[in-house]
Ligand binder design. Structure first.
Ligand SMILES: Cc1cn([C@H]2C[C@H](O)[C@@H](COP(=O)(O)OP(=O)(O)O[C@H]3O[C@H](C)C(=O)[C@H](O)[C@H]3O)O2)c(=O)[nH]c1=O
Length: 188
């Protein structure tokens, strides 16, 4: 059965509805089938790394991207709900600096496909959240960039004024600083 790709504000970022089989025991979801996830918009290769993070309410993780070694990400909120942000950081993109917010919740099982070229992060809306995501390239710390969550030039509308951040994220760079430092990828 082919994937059901749902459009978002960016043409190459897609929501993918997952089928949930509920019964008196609970539910079953076929979470990933490699042959279906081979030709997503902007996909730069097979999924090679799975990540998993657990966070409390008001935790904000991000906004991160890698360049080089850009990672496509297939993100799901396995438990709880998150306010998920993607920002176009491709220097020559007509939507450079634009962002979108989507709520990912375990109540509505969906994957969010994010090709390389976007900074990604999320704010936890529920008491806690388990987020699982597959990546199309390996974590390469030396190529990771951190875009400041509250960059005034982006004007991201976060539903929390004082999120809980890592030191790294608290000290993220503005998109202007990242662009001037040559850290933003090209659109291809
Ligand atoms: C991302 C990553 C991290 N780590 C180590 C490095 C640190 O010692 C520790 C926590 O890393 P970090 O604070 O960067 O974790 P998050 O803030 O959840 O990072 C993620 O935040 C947003 C939501 C993303 O989309 C990125 O994929 C990812 O960067 O795990 C690893 O060993 N492998 C990895 O792939």
């Amino acid at each position: 059965m082919p994937l059901q790709l749902l459009d978002t504000a960016f043409p190459d970022i897609k929501l993918i509805a997952l089928r949930q089989f509920a019964d008196e025991r609970g539910y079953f979801i076929e979470h990933f089938r490699a042959q279906q996830y081979q030709d997503l918009p902007g996909q730069n290769g097979a999924f090679v790394q799975d990540n998993f993070s657990h966070s409390k309410r008001d935790v904000l993780r991000g906004l991160h991207f890698q360049n080089p070694n850009g990672q496509g990400k297939l993100v799901r909120a396995v438990q709880g709900s998150v306010y998920d942000i993607t920002v176009d950081v491709r220097a020559d993109s007509p939507t450079f600096g634009q962002w979108q917010a989507l709520v990912l919740s375990s109540e509505e099982p969906r994957h969010l496909w994010i090709p390389p070229g976007y900074a990604h992060g999320f704010l936890v809306l529920s008491e806690q959240a388990l987020v699982e995501y597959k990546c199309t390239d390996y974590y390469t710390p030396q190529s990771e960039a951190c875009l400041r969550w509250n960059d005034p030039n982006l004007g991201i509308d976060w539903p929390c004024e004082a999120p809980l951040l890592s030191d790294k994220d608290r000290n993220g760079q503005t998109l202007k600083e990242l662009l001037e430092a040559g850290r933003c990828p090209a659109a291809n």
